[in-house]
Design a protein around this ligand. Structure first.
Ligand code: NDP
Length: 459
């Protein structure tokens, strides 16, 4: 990506080197380009960062692990998946970030996610570094015992690299409460310890209240904050939501609670449009469909005649979901799901606020179209930080061995999202980016991590 800001000589040099050293990592380049795009004025004002070569250092993971995960299916056939853990930056605390199980998983995608995670975690103000991991294992269509055997094999290698004060993984796409349970069980068995080594645990065995809800709720709180600054609210808004997994489900629940109307959901096969709105009762159906029966979102239309289903567009093509008339959008499926055409359709359709529940769901071109169209854009590293924030609160509860109530956790979550919002706005304004939350999030996150790296010396 090249913009005026990435033309800063130091930034340009770093990007060129990165593209040469890691030529097959487009998602990683994209994520790095987006962060560096904000840093020109910061580097000019803080010569101590270039003097310590902080930018180059921050782009290099402290450790990137790749390992073999052999497992057997129910018919006895042997398969080999790839396991990964990127321990990217521990300047602020133990590595923290989810595990993703999806066939698209590779080094580029995990490095982009781990890199984003560094700044997201910094924004929470909690003591957590950045990491990410996962596997190209595809849980779709696998039996529960196949998933269990896979998780046990994955943890049989991963356990030696993680620990409650070292690296604390959580869930992501394809890794929910069930998978966390299988991996926690295997870790406990191998190490003979019961610790807070994974977050997103079941509530009877160390999990925090509201952890499943936190990312979706947080993304809605962030949208509400952006609107409030401009004298608006979500009440009465029609909202486009993509995905139908963890983040999408709890985004819908909070929107319904606040008097907004989610009207779409999607999965990898297609998307549904329910112009009458997705109610709490319909959401219960979706939760059973996706979390228990693990079916396709198309089934929604067999039960609710107000809805229609459309197939997913070919990769990189415009998705008509984003062209529906609505006032708010919550992309909650996967990276690069909104391209420039989608963004133009959203502006034309009346969208005024976008809060990114998914990681990097909008391409750089799409982001520019949205910002130029006057849309309030909450970037992922700020808007979806609620999940990792409550994960850090789960770590705190595990250390104290005292669970907090849902009300306590929700109060913390709300105040963390409020503070992230104000920190982003303040950083954007201080460095001449007006109210562009993208730059504000990058700068506020970067400064915290860079400051800690300077304090720690050359390590
Ligand atoms: P889930 O696995 O629960 O749900 C993912 C949803 O996205 C599913 O509906 C899935 O469809 C769909 N999806 C996944 N990949 C694709 C694809 N390539 N094309 C189209 N649809 C796709 O994951 P989460 O809800 O946890 O995660 C969603 C997003 O939010 C991800 O970007 C994740 O990184 C991000 N995120 C999650 C956090 C969390 O706490 N869980 C925290 C912060 C960010 P299908 O059912 O067909 O697989």
């Amino acid at each position: 990506m090249t913009t005026a800001a990435t033309e800063h000589p130091l930034v340009r040099d770093v990007l060129d080197t990165l593209e040469k050293r890691d030529p097959n990592q487009p998602e990683f380049h994209q994520a790095v380009g987006e962060v560096l795009d904000s840093l020109g004025p910061v580097l000019d004002r803080h010569p101590e960062y270039p003097a310590a070569n902080i930018v180059k250092r921050i782009l290099e993971p402290e450790r990137a692990l790749q390992f073999r995960v052999p497992w057997q299916d129910d018919a006895g056939a042997v398969h080999v998946s790839r396991g990964f853990r990127i321990e990217f930056n521990s300047a602020l605390g133990p590595y923290k970030g989810g595990l993703r199980f999806h066939p698209s998983v590779n080094m580029s995608i995990l490095k982009f996610l781990a890199f984003e995670q560094i700044f997201k975690n910094a924004l929470t103000g909690l003591p957590i570094g950045g990491g990410k991991g996962g596997s190209d294992f595809d849980p779709r269509g696998k039996s529960a015992s196949e998933v269990m055997r896979f998780c046990q094999s994955f943890m049989t290698e991963l356990y030696r690299h993680i620990g409650p004060d070292t690296d604390v993984p959580a869930g992501d796409i394809g890794v929910g409460g069930r998978e966390i349970g299988y991996m926690f069980g295997q870790y406990k068995r191998i190490t003979n310890t019961f610790t807070g080594v994974l977050t997103g645990r079941g509530q009877d065995w160390g999990g925090s209240e509201l952890r499943p809800e936190a990312t979706g709720y947080g993304a809605v709180y962030f949208a509400a904050e952006m609107l409030a600054v401009n004298g608006g609210s979500l009440e009465g808004m029609d909202c486009l939501v993509s995905g139908s997994g963890n983040v999408a489900q709890f985004t819908c629940r909070k929107l319904i609670e606040l008097g907004a109307r989610p009207i779409t959901l999607s999965d990898s096969a297609g998307w549904i449009h329910d112009p009458e709105g997705i109610t709490e009762e319909k959401l219960q159906f979706v939760m059973d469909l996706k979390n228990v029966r693990r079916g396709r979102i198309a089934e929604y239309c067999e039960h609710f005649s107000s809805a229609t289903w459309s197939p997913a567009p070919a990769s990189g093509k415009a998705n008509a979901l984003w062209a529906l008339p609505a006032q708010a959008a919550f992309p909650s499926a996967t990276q690069n799901e909104i391209n420039g055409d989608d963004a133009a359709a959203m502006v034309a359709g009346g969208v005024t606020v976008v809060s990114e529940g998914a990681n990097m769901p909008t391409t750089p071109q799409a982001q520019q179209v949205l910002v130029d169209g006057g849309v309030l854009l909450g970037p992922a590293k700020a808007a979806n930080a609620g999940g990792v924030a409550v994960s850090a609160l789960e770590m705190a509860q595990a250390s104290q061995r005292v669970p907090w109530t849902a009300e306590q956790v929700d109060e913390h979550l709300k105040s963390i999202m409020r503070r992230i919002h104000s920190d982003c706005l303040e950083a954007a304004q201080t460095y001449g980016f007006g109210s562009d939350y993208r730059h504000g999030a990058n700068i506020a996150g970067f400064k915290k991590v860079a400051g800690a790296m300077l304090d720690h010396g050359l390590v």
